[in-house]
Structure formats: C-alpha cells, structure tokens
Ligand binder design. Sequence first.
Ligand SMILES: CC(C)(COP(=O)(O)OP(=O)(O)OC[C@H]1O[C@@H](n2cnc3c(N)ncnc32)[C@H](O)[C@@H]1OP(=O)(O)O)[C@@H](O)C(=O)NCCC(=O)NCCS
Length: 176
Amino acid sequence: MKFGNFDIEIRLARSKDAAGIVTHWNENFKRGFSKYAGTNRPRNKIDARQLSKSLALKKKNDFVFIAIDRKAKKVIGTSNFSARDKGRTRHRGGMSWEINYRYARLGIGTALVKAILEEAKRRGFKKAQAEVAVENTASLKLAKNCGFMIEGRRKIGMLLDDGRYVDTYTFGKVLK
Ligand SMILES: CC(C)(COP(=O)(O)OP(=O)(O)OC[C@H]1O[C@@H](n2cnc3c(N)ncnc32)[C@H](O)[C@@H]1OP(=O)(O)O)[C@@H](O)C(=O)NCCC(=O)NCCS
C-alpha cells in the first residue's frame, strides 16, 4: 500500500520481527515521540527475546500487527491486541498502537489499527478497548477514525515523565 512516497506492508508479526519492533519502539522513545505510551524506558535485548518468544507462541488471544517499509525493510509501526484466554471477559481485548515518528501523519496508523481490528473480529473477539491520555491528540483522532467510542474518563490515568498526572479516556469498539 502507498502512503506518501512509502510502500508499506501491513501484516501479522512473527517471532523474527521482534528485534525490528524493539528498534522501532526505541527510535520513538529516544525522540520523545512515545511520551503518552505505557512504557517509560527503552527496551533492551531481554525485552526483544521475550517478545520473540511470545510471538513464537502464535497465541490466538495475544497478537501484534506491524507496518513495514518495504524498501527500507524496516518495521515502522506496531499495534497489538491482547485478551484473556479464559473467564467472562475473554471476548474483549486491550489495544495499543505506535507509528515511527518519521512515518507519522500519512494514514499508516489508521490503516494498521483497522487491519488488526479486522483480524480480532475474524478470530471471534467481540470488543476492542484502548486507553488514551486526554492530551494525546493524534491517538484520540486515530481511535475515533477507527470507530472507537469514549466509554469513560479515568482521573489521573497516566503519570507522564515530566511528573504530571493526566486523565485518560477509556475507549471501546464493538466488533461487528
Ligand atoms: C497515534 C499515532 C499512532 C498516529 O499514527 P499516524 O500514522 O500518524 O496516524 P494517521 O496518519 O492515521 O492519523 C490519524 C489521525 O491523527 C491525526 N494526527 C496524527 N498526528 C497528529 C498530530 N501530531 N497532531 C494532531 N493530529 C495528528 C491525523 O491528522 C489523523 O486525523 P484526521 O483523520 O482527523 O486527519 C502516532 O502519533 C504515534 O505513534 N504516537 C506515539 C505513540 C502513542 O502515543 N501511541 C498511542 C498510545 S495510546
């Protein structure tokens, strides 16, 4: 798929993608681009190994989609869906998403999240959920673009690196 001048492939992540995924996350972290994401430290080799192992399990209820720049052969976006494997909330899963800062604002994030939502539906899940800091404009727009609805506002839902607590919106989307 073409986004700007980039030829982008979107697909399910495999075990061997783990190192590229971690590099992408760390590039954003260093740049300060992922300041509203849940993780507040760079990932290391141990994280990459754990991710590789987890992707190798090919779990039905915990999976990652990636966007790849075909020419650069580089992971430039990630989105995950993770649900419990049993219990009364097993029909719904939490999501996150992140696009490399050099590839932002081209529509890749929206396309990636739409693709993983389709896969979640195909796997029989009934609902996707996400939590977004109220000042994370790009992510709020992306969630709305993809059909998520605000279900609530969590007071001091996130502690930012500058020491501020910000509220978060909880989003939900029924998959049908
Ligand atoms: C959120 C994120 C994934 C969006 O990725 P993207 O590829 O830029 O998204 P898209 O190009 O599909 O744009 C989605 C919408 O956000 C808007 N947008 C993107 N970046 C924006 C910015 N910096 N400021 C304002 N709006 C922005 C786009 O204009 C579009 O809105 P529109 O359809 O109303 O025009 C990306 O900004 C990112 O990775 N952020 C850092 C990680 C993060 O915060 N993840 C979410 C944690 S909940």
